[in-house]
Design a protein around this ligand. Structure first.
Ligand SMILES: C[S@@+](CC[C@H](N)C(=O)[O-])C[C@H]1O[C@@H](n2cnc3c(N)ncnc32)[C@H](O)[C@@H]1O
Length: 264
């Protein structure tokens, strides 16, 4: 997947900043999502969410990118047989596991994968950190379920999903956040269910993305070593079913990695 930028290493000060509580708070399924953020009760009876600076930056950037992605990515899967092949394998194996049809589209962005997953017989439920991405997904793919949530605190019950896809959505996690995030994915997937992920493959160094657009956004991104991805999946309770990679195509700035795993 082409990311609208690749950049050099960089880091912001690790300060905390206060974000406004959004619609997510009125979403009953997302109430537990607030655990991801610390909550402050001010002198006034207004609760505000405290979101770390990197997450706030990432969310704001993807809010700004939502229409850009909607215009650029809507039909890109039609032109990407390798991505359809990996997603197709995920769909086939998940359906064959006979664990139900509910699957998570974790970090769903504009929701472009939902019709593909649904066409195979699966019932995707998309979640994304960015409220604007979710608004666009609901607008462009009505009839599907999309909610604002953080993949580090998923709004799904334990062992409630037959599978999940994390399509280019795990590349933003800083290394210390990865074990808990992968454990959270393991929590919601049924034993025997499948997890498919696509990611920019590389050396694991922090990069900055977003700057090549005229949108004035930047955010942290990691090109992930496939060996590390596989190890972290294994540590979280998944076993590898299939892995693959390919060189960059078109405007992609990095090789792409794919990993399909099964929950033990
Ligand atoms: C490169 S886009 C990919 C979107 C979609 N999966 C696709 O393939 O079109 C990455 C998406 O992951 C979302 N994301 C990043 N970190 C997230 C997190 N911690 N929780 C939920 N979504 C996240 C972003 O908001 C963004 O929409």
């Amino acid at each position: 997947m082409s990311e609208p930028v690749e950049g050099g290493a960089g880091r912001r000060p690790g300060c905390l900043s206060i974000g406004i509580v959004r619609r997510v708070m009125s979403d009953t399924r997302s109430a537990r999502h607030m655990r991801t953020w610390s909550c402050l009760w001010l002198a006034s009876p207004t609760m505000v969410a405290v979101m770390d600076a990197a997450t706030e930056e990432l969310r704001g950037a993807h809010d700004a990118l939502a229409e850009f992605y909607a215009a650029r990515l809507a039909d890109v899967l039609d032109r990407m047989p390798a991505e359809r092949a990996v997603l197709g394998l995920f769909c086939d194996l998940t359906l064959a596991a006979d664990l139900g049809t509910s699957v998570g589209d974790i970090g769903c962005g504009t929701g472009r994968l939902a019709p593909y997953l649904a066409a195979t017989g699966l019932s995707p439920q998309g979640i994304d950190l960015s409220p604007r991405m979710i608004e666009v997904a609901r607008r462009d793919y009505p009839g599907f379920s999309f909610d604002v949530a953080d993949l580090r605190d998923l709004p799904f019950a334990d062992a409630s999903l037959a599978g999940a896809v994390c399509w280019y959505s795990l590349m933003f996690l800083a290394p210390p956040a990865r074990p808990a995030a992968f454990a959270e994915l393991a929590r919601v997937i049924k034993p025997g269910g499948y997890l498919a992920t696509a990611f920019k493959a590389g050396d694991g160094q922090l990069r900055r993305a977003g700057g090549s657009t005229s949108l004035g956004v930047e955010f942290d991104i990691y090109w992930l070593p496939p060996e590390e991805m596989e190890r972290r999946m294994t540590d979280a309770g998944f076993s590898t079913v299939f892995w693959a990679g390919r060189p960059p195509e078109g405007q992609e700035g990095s090789p792409q990695g794919y990993l399909l795993t099964r929950k033990s």
